[in-house]
Design a protein around this ligand. Structure first.
Ligand SMILES: *Cc1c(COP(=O)(O)O)cnc(C)c1O
Length: 439
């Protein structure tokens, strides 16, 4: 462990736990009432801009992905109550979950089967739009289904898109870019699963494999892309476009809650639990929901014990200036979607005034939770996704949080949403292996 970090281990209990690879639950002491109004780095107009852009692309997406026919080209997932899972969690882990537990099923998002179908696809669409507008081939008022035409395929074919990924981001960027006609190169870290590489190659994506971790794959990808003037790099460590793509989830969630007549207000608190890798997805979603529900929504991130980079970055205030390795933590986890050793350069700072806390979870529990959900609700989500339940099984800390916010007598009317971030594209034989894995 880096010697200058020793003081954090001595003064912050969650950091001490993390260094020993113990599960922990850090509560954010810098969270402030009305904190969402203090955020400077991004603004609510950017959410509207992203939302409008996705609407412009809907006719195109509907044309090229038949599975989007029924939603008119909108990529969205179901929000579903999971009462049997709620009872199972209470029984198995002995912590009462007051209120209603729901699952946000981004695990089933169309096109690429993970939360990355929000941010990743959005950034590719934005880049395509920028290029086509600049070339004078497209106007904002056009019906974007023309983008499926041959002349656009040829046009985009002159350009390259590159990205570094542990798997799911590469899937979203790869599938969307290839569909538009771009050349696309995905730089995959050692954690990436073989089937994801195979699937991408089958769609014409160039996959370059690295023996090293995620940061190394990103580094190489960026270098490769910078050397080519026709290449665009999707930068997961810094990208605002990705972040804004994720943030549109806020207004979508509001609509779904309204449709199911679930109120969110002073007497009906909403709790979100979102698995975190580098932070873009949970950060963007948090930013989006905070702009809508303000202090009535309580957002928690969840991470594997071996890759708890956001917790370490936020608890120490050092953000991207520390990695898990600096604390002597190896960064190796079965939760491939979360296998990130250093947090985003900007997400931790953006969410600092609004995030409630971060819970960590051991890999072996992910498989137990995966089987629990499958058995109780007949829903499959990938192990990374199961981290969403990390905070719900650490009842003592949750109780402390609820008390500190004066929510004790409101919890009966609370809604908890575990954000399932991936799963539907996992091949059958992998599901079988996951079902049988006991760590
Ligand atoms: C990428 C991913 C996340 C987290 O997103 P980040 O932007 O890396 O924080 C969560 N779950 C799954 C399954 C993912 O693929």
């Amino acid at each position: 462990m880096r010697s200058d970090l020793q003081k954090y281990r001595e003064t912050i209990p969650a950091v001490a736990d993390a260094v020993q690879l113990k599960e922990t639950f850090w509560l954010n002491g810098r969270q402030r009432t009305g904190g969402h109004k203090e955020i400077q780095e991004v603004n609510p107009e950017q959410i509207q801009d992203a939302s409008q852009r996705l609407l412009r692309f809907a006719p195109y997406l509907k044309t090229v992905f038949p599975e989007l026919e029924k939603t008119g080209g909108i990529i969205e997932s179901e929000l579903r109550a999971i009462p049997a899972m709620q009872a199972w969690l209470e029984q198995t882990y002995g912590s009462k979950i007051e209120g209603r537990l729901m699952l946000k099923m981004d695990s089933d998002l169309p096109v690429s089967g993970s939360v990355k179908a929000r941010g990743g696809i959005y950034e590719v669409l934005k880049h395509a739009e920028d290029l086509a507008l600049e070339a004078g081939m497209l106007k904002l008022s056009d019906d974007y289904s023309i983008l499926a035409g041959k002349e656009f395929q040829e046009f985009f074919g002159r350009y390259t898109i590159q990205v570094g990924s542990t798997g799911n981001l590469g899937m979203s960027i790869g599938i969307m870019s290839a569909k538009l006609g771009f050349c696309v190169i995905v730089h995959m870290s050692a954690d990436a699963k073989q089937w994801k590489k195979d699937l991408l190659r089958s769609r014409g994506v160039k996959v370059i494999e690295y023996a090293d971790d995620y940061c190394a794959a990103v580094e190489e990808g960026r270098k490769n892309s910078d050397a080519d003037p026709m290449s665009y790099f999707v930068d997961d460590e810094n990208s605002q476009a990705l972040f804004m793509g994720y943030s549109v989830a806020g207004e979508r969630l509001r609509t779904q809650l309204e449709q199911q007549q679930i109120p969110v207000d002073e007497d009906h608190p909403l709790f979100l639990y979102i698995p975190c890798g580098i932070g873009g997805a949970p950060g963007g979603i948090t930013y989006g929901v905070k702009q809508i529900f303000g202090d009535h929504v309580h957002c928690f991130f969840t991470e594997p014990t071996h890759a708890c980079c956001m917790m370490l970055g936020m608890a120490t205030g050092l953000h991207d200036r520390v990695s898990v390795k600096d604390f002597g933590i190896d960064g190796r986890t079965d939760a491939d979607g979360l296998a990130v050793g250093r947090p985003s350069a900007f997400v931790g700072r953006v969410v600092e005034p609004v995030l409630s806390g971060i819970a960590t979870i051991r890999d072996e529990r992910l498989y137990d939770l995966m089987r629990g959900l499958l058995h109780e609700e007949h829903i499959f989500i990938e192990p990374s996704s199961c981290a969403a339940f990390a905070a719900l099984i650490q009842g003592e800390v949750m109780k402390k949080y609820i008390e500190s916010r004066g929510l004790n007598d409101k919890m009966g009317q609370a809604t908890h949403i575990a954000w399932a971030t991936g799963g539907s594209m996992v091949p059958e034989e992998m599901k079988k292996i996951y079902r049988e894995t006991g760590l």
